[in-house]
Write a protein that binds this ligand. Structure first.
Ligand code: CTP
Length: 399
């Protein structure tokens, strides 16, 4: 585990503790800057191993430490990874023990960045992160929140438990597949809002979390990802292109424009089925009437429309249904909209579906159905991509 300089360095003590609790042996390497934030003695005491800081040995133990440190290691984790260390890793500089270990290490590498929002969003950092991804490094995205400098935004080190999850996913071979490299995945996310007047709308409770999870999973598997998003209030991630489409009509236009270039469309957005026929120009005045009737008209079913237009794209739809007959309705949607996969989820289950972090889905494919237990939206996303990827391969080999 490499620790670099930053306020978040103290959190790596927690990461170390959780890793040990899970039965992993951990050796720590620190940069000199990291030592200004946390003492190497803390890591040495917790890990029960010597902490590496110097690139070269001394009179008692001559040699190149980076080669010794790597010996017998299954994985390298850098947490927190500062902008500076990320830049050195991306360029292949070997100026510290940590970056030398990185260059000399042949196993999987997980990097959990932490820095101030402006540094994280700087084009130079974005370039370096893209380079690391392309080099096969697994990124644990920083979270959004209150940072040490009082600013609010992305850049805060991911929670220690999430970092350990990422490490274990890589160790278990659940991560690191770049099986969507060279593919373009189009994902719609969020919920559309259909205006009634200048300030009011008819909307739905979709948070966009499922679409965001799908986008991150597809990106991490090497795909070029385009997200057509409606009213999602979640931080945007690097390595993903976003197109804003707040209404059903805008979403239809954006999806139609992006569709020809994609290999897979995942229609995850909750698109309004009806919209007010005429949105009032100004604000409706309640003193004018005791009751209000809004006439609604059907919107275009984007998924069905694109399915009719498709050439060699794989189509995945969602069906958020209420109650026990939902599964049968979802099967019907797969046939009616002529899509390859429909992901059913029971919108009636508390904590799952809309705003929750988890989901309970059944993946209805052309050959089989998979009813999955409750799991995180990220895990659901991986399973959906697992089901859709072979269909993309099959189309590609036919072409
Ligand atoms: N969908 C779409 N365009 C619409 C409505 C829905 O592309 N105007 C897509 C959704 O993104 C989802 C799938 O169709 O992938 C199913 O949406 P849902 O609203 O559950 O199904 P409907 O066909 O609208 O059926 P119903 O409302 O009758 O349940």
């Amino acid at each position: 585990m490499g620790v670099t300089g930053g306020i978040a360095a103290y959190k790596s003590l927690d990461v170390l503790r959780i890793l040990q609790r899970h039965g992993h042996g951990v050796s720590v390497v620190m940069t000199h800057t990291a030592e200004r934030f946390v003492g190497s003695a803390s890591f040495a005491a917790l890990s029960g191993r010597e902490v590496g800081t110097a690139l070269f040995g001394d009179a008692e133990q001559p040699g190149y430490h980076h080669l010794d440190v790597n010996d017998g290691m299954d994985l390298m984790l850098v947490a927190p990874a500062s902008a500076n260390t990320i830049s050195q890793m991306a360029s292949g500089a070997a100026s510290s023990l940590l970056t030398s270990c990185y260059l000399a290490f042949r196993g999987p590498v997980v990097v959990a960045p932490a820095m101030n929002t402006s540094m994280w969003l700087h084009p130079a950092t974005e370039r370096n992160i893209a380079t690391l991804r392309a080099d096969g490094v697994h990124l644990v995205e920083p979270e959004s929140g209150l940072l040490a400098d009082g600013a609010v935004g992305p850049g805060r080190l991911a929670e220690p438990a999430s970092i350990v999850d990422a490490v274990e996913a890589v160790l278990a071979g659940r991560a690191g597949t770049r099986d969507l490299a060279g593919r373009t995945v189009l994902i719609s996310a969020g919920g559309t809002r259909e205006p009634i007047d200048a300030v009011r709308y008819v909307g739905n409770r979709s948070s966009g979390r499922m679409g965001w999870a799908l986008a991150a999973a597809a990106r991490d598997r090497g795909a070029d990802v385009v997200v057509v998003q409606a009213n999602v209030d979640l931080p945007r991630e690097q390595g993903i292109r976003y197109v804003d489409a707040p209404t059903a009509a805008a979403m239809r236009d954006a999806c139609r424009a992006e569709f020809p270039a994609c290999d897979m469309l995942i229609m995850c957005a909750a698109v309004a089925d009806y919209r007010p026929v005429d949105a009032a120009d100004g604000k409706l005045d309640k003193s004018k009437a005791d009751a209000l009737t809004v006439e609604m008209e059907r919107t275009t079913d984007i998924l069905a429309e694109l399915s009719a237009l498709r050439e060699d794209q794989v189509l995945v739809g969602f069906a958020a249904e209420h109650g026990p007959e939902g599964l049968e309705r979802a099967r019907g949607k797969r046939a009616r909209k002529a899509v390859d996969i429909v992901v059913h989820n029971d919108a009636a289950v508390e904590g799952a579906a809309f705003e929750g972090a988890d989901n309970i889905i059944t993946i209805i494919g052309p050959e089989s159905e998979q009813a999955l237990p409750r799991m995180s939206k990220r895990d659901c996303a991986e399973r959906i991509l697992d089901a859709a990827r072979p269909l993309v391969e099959a189309l590609a080999s036919r072409a």
